[in-house]
Design a binder for this molecule. Structure first.
Ligand SMILES: Nc1ncnc2c1ncn2[C@@H]1O[C@H](COP(=O)(O)OP(=O)(O)OP(=O)(O)O)[C@@H](O)[C@H]1O
Ligand SMILES: [Mg+2]
Length: 368
């Protein structure tokens, strides 16, 4: 069983707290993505699992075994780095076999594993070439192959796609997912790219400034972000935020801001607080609607400033609600710069945040 468990794990470099009291349970065979902005502690977390970085505090387990002091070679892991230096003078076959030879794996077994990895990664034709005779994407697959032949209990990957161009990245992303399905092994995958995280993760751990913010499925993070950081980080373009104030009580309660009016969403009836309380309302660009909507909606008045035509949709940068608003609407509306827009948001798409703590207000039961 290859679970990976961080228990109150911290890593400090002098005064720098790279990872702060991390608690995370990675399940057997899951594809866990660690995501967050540059410097948030992703690589450090992964390197601690790999044994390339000592732990300052806490306990790290693979399965039931505490690995704090287990040397890297005995951890049953394989790591793929962003910079996947292959040995330039060796054939692809020898590059794949190298780690196994070092470990004195019997020759027949090495040949079998190299053959299988090459087949999985579609590299069989290139085994006798040198790395310089391969494309960037093919070389990246060799780097993955070097990890596969080890047959580890846990794969650790640190931004393995960032050296690839956009198209290859999408292709290789799918390759890695296929690999995960086929091997049915635990993967821990680091990226700063939230789209990569959303498309690949069974679950995602969002980090910021060394601290874990939230762990959940892509949908949980998208629908119920725990705080403003996660709300703004997950989703592209980012969620819009605007300041509002609680006005009125009972059924006529609203959240009122400049150019934005939100009838009190039923899910927040319990948590919204007293008249006069300031809150931050959050709404995603893709949930803004031009034209008729059924059901109760919030409304935002905004002036279109820049319109980016995307084919089936258009992305509008508008000013309203006291700030810049980004909306994605059906391109059939043909919005022009300067148009005054009345945008609507279904109330069940509204998120609310406490401006002091930045935590999301809890969702309550929705009763009619
Ligand atoms: N050897 C080191 N000495 C001092 N500080 C370090 C060291 N390694 C990392 N740090 C600091 O620890 C923090 C976390 O670094 P880490 O490399 O884990 O970030 P990351 O999330 O992987 O970022 P990126 O997306 O840029 O790769 C950063 O502030 C970094 O400057
Ligand atoms: Mg990193």
């Amino acid at each position: 069983m290859a679970t990976v468990t961080f228990e109150n794990v911290s890593k400090r470099y002098g005064d720098v707290v790279a990872v702060d009291d991390l608690n995370l349970d990675i399940r057997d065979a899951e594809f866990m993505v660690l995501v967050g902005p540059s410097g948030c502690g992703k690589t450090t977390s992964l390197r601690m699992v790999a044994g390339l970085e000592e732990i300052t505090d806490g306990t790290l387990r693979i399965g039931d075994r505490i690995i704090n002091d287990v040397p890297p070679k005995d951890r049953d892991i394989a790591m793929v780095f962003q910079s996947y230096a292959l040995y330039p003078h060796m054939s692809i076959r020898d590059n794949l076999a190298f780690g196994l030879k070092l470990r004195k794996v019997p020759k027949v077994q090495i040949e079998a594993r190299v053959k299988e990895a090459a087949a999985i990664l579609d590299l069989s034709r290139y085994l006798d070439r040198k790395p310089r005779e391969l494309s960037g994407g093919q070389r990246q697959r060799v780097a993955l192959g070097r990890a596969i032949v080890r047959e580890p209990a846990v794969f650790l990957m640190d931004e393995p796609l960032s050296n690839l161009d956009a198209k290859l990245r999408v292709e290789t992303r799918a390759n890695i997912l296929r690999l995960h399905q086929r091997l049915n092994t635990t993967f821990v995958y680091v990226t700063h790219d939230q789209i990569e995280a959303m498309t690949m993760g069974t679950r995602i751990a969002v980090m910021n400034e060394g601290r874990l913010q939230q762990v959940g499925s892509p949908q949980e993070l998208y629908d119920r972000p725990i705080n403003r950081f996660v709300a703004g980080f997950i989703g592209s373009p980012s969620m819009n935020f605007s300041t509002v104030e609680v006005a009125g009580t009972g059924d006529s309660a609203t959240l009122q801001g400049s150019s934005i009016t939100v009838p009190l969403p039923p899910q927040f009836r319990e948590s919204v607080g007293a008249v006069g309380r300031q809150l931050i309302v959050g709404f995603r660009p893709e949930h803004l609607v031009l034209g008729p909507v059924t059901g109760a909606t919030a409304s935002v008045n905004a002036k279109a400033e820049v319109v980016e035509y995307l084919g089936n949709e258009e992305l509008i940068h508008a000013s309203g609600a006291g700030r810049d608003i980004v909306a994605i609407v059906d391109s059939s509306y043909r919005v022009r710069p300067g148009d005054m827009l009345e945008l609507r948001i279904p109330l069940d798409r509204i998120q609310l945040f406490d401006p002091d703590t930045n935590f999301a207000l809890p969702f309550g039961p929705v009763t009619a």
